[in-house]
Write a protein that binds this ligand. Sequence first.
Ligand SMILES: *Cc1c(COP(=O)(O)O)cnc(C)c1O
Length: 362
Amino acid sequence: MTSLDDLPIRDDLRGRQPYGAPMIPVRYALNVNENTHPIPEPVARDIIESLARAILTVNRYPDRDFTELRENLAAYLGHGLAPEQIWAANGSNEIIQQTLQAFGGPGRSVLGFPPSYSMHPIIASGTGTAWLTADRDADYRIAPETAVAAVEAQHPDVVFFCAPNNPTGTALPLSTIEAAYDATDGIVFVDEAYAEFMPVDAPSALTLLPGRERLLVSRTMSKAFAFAGARLGYLAADPAVIDALRLVRLPYHLSALTQAASIAALHHAPEMLAMVDDIAAQRDRMMVELAGLGYRVFDSQANFVLFDGLADPEATFRALLARDILVRDIGIPGALRVTAGTAEETGFFLQSLADLGPGGAR
Ligand SMILES: *Cc1c(COP(=O)(O)O)cnc(C)c1O
């Protein structure tokens, strides 16, 4: 049998691991930060009608510039954004990839602050961009001086922030983004996949866009919007940035069906987002109850919680799996990450963890 090592694969890809969140069918899937609430039935019907109309013309290529979708995304984001400042792709992962294809690549580098989104280094590797890292401050925060020192020491072409940060849930002050931007001539990319779960008074990096043509802010419909399976990520930036991304995207990368489904879902944004407050309440409940069980809990502004103090995270992961619960072992010693689900799902997880005893050890 042929193995990967027998193939003439790029030298820099040898020995690399693909993205690998386990896909195990369970009753309580709390491992990849999806919105666990299904799409409301009337919304689903409206999306199906749009898809039914779109399928009648799939003999033709779709709108390459997905103009109507960009209009709807601009209106959803607000902040005075125009459709010319919006770009979209098959998930924000593809947005990140196109960003590195345009602004990274061989001979260039991207700086990240681990622990952060596991796809950032994988996409760096796939695009041949050197992956640089810098340490965070206590409790996974990044102070402005910390970011500036890293940028000045390493001179990256691109800086990745994740706000709130996956897998820690940590908020990122706008002052850190501003300071990093001023310290570099490169691109500053803020991954706001979990923005809708932030407190209402927490400002988005979108507010920093005016006058900052090297700042990119990405969002996704995968998390708050309960649309992970549809694959729609998007970006707000200066129109010149969008022109740069046009140079690397594949023509017609967003299918007519993706465009139709996403537009229909955006028309129902309030219903699609109705569960966000409930999910945030379950996140807050988990922070309180996990601390009550004796764990160290990190402040989260996203739809998941990182907690630490486990005697053996792998053993706890397996013990929870035996109870039909899937959480995420992100390789941080003593820690696991768990998605906030419905009240029932969250309650079942908390009770199951409590049953395992102190340190999740039984
Ligand atoms: C889940 C996640 C994404 C991926 O989103 P898609 O739009 O589904 O590709 C991007 N960034 C972060 C930080 C995430 O956690």
